[in-house]
Design a protein around this ligand. Sequence first.
Ligand code: SAM
Length: 239
Amino acid sequence: MRIDIVSIFPDYLAPLGLSLVGRAQQSGAVTVAVHDLRQWTHDVHRTVDDSPYGGGPGMVMRPEPWGEALDALAEPGSRLLVPTPAGERFSQRMAQRLAGEERLIVACGRYEGIDQRVIDHAAGRMSVTEVSLGDYVLFGGEVAALVILEAVVRLLPGVLGNADSLVEESHSSGLLEAPLYTKPASWRGLAVPEVLRSGDHARIARWRREQALLRTATHRPDLLAELPADALDPRDREV
Ligand code: SAM
């Protein structure tokens, strides 16, 4: 997979060279290139914004630099991701869909956002997804790009040492993950649940399933309501 990110603050994306995303780049699982939008400006001030038509506060990103950026980066099969609080809510399901793409271009907006014609024009030549991290407003799309990339890259084949992690974690089965414990067995008077030290794999699996159900019911009842009827067995219904 190749991912191009366009931003007026390319330094914001430096963490992509670190940790597991950095290692995924070294291993060749993904290629990430960060581009400064201002390289596609032509005036001395390298202007990327202007006042909004129709009035109102703030500035809007002008379409010309974005158009040239996409002319330079788009290839057949590219998908454009536009982080915006007005987009489709990002989720593990969307991350799984995006992990199947060959080429992603992420357009990081700033100010009040990007002139709508950039998105409309791009939609004429490639797939476009406007994506929201959640119901709140950030300064810019860079943090959203970091979040989306991290969620997508860890799903690429070979990136995680133990692929089982992807099966058992929160949001893969539709339930939140059960609580986790490691050594020591007792810490500040708090003991690890006996079942996890029992070595009885069937009991451990049942306990984890029950904890996942309870946690999901407490923290995210909306997820439980979305589960297909056959996702719960009779014992689940007793929890
Ligand atoms: N005027 C916009 C609105 O009300 O929808 C908010 C613009 S915000 C200040 C500037 C940029 O931050 C956006 O263009 C987008 O790239 C990014 N951004 C802000 N909140 C976001 C969110 N919840 N999800 C994804 N991107 C976000």
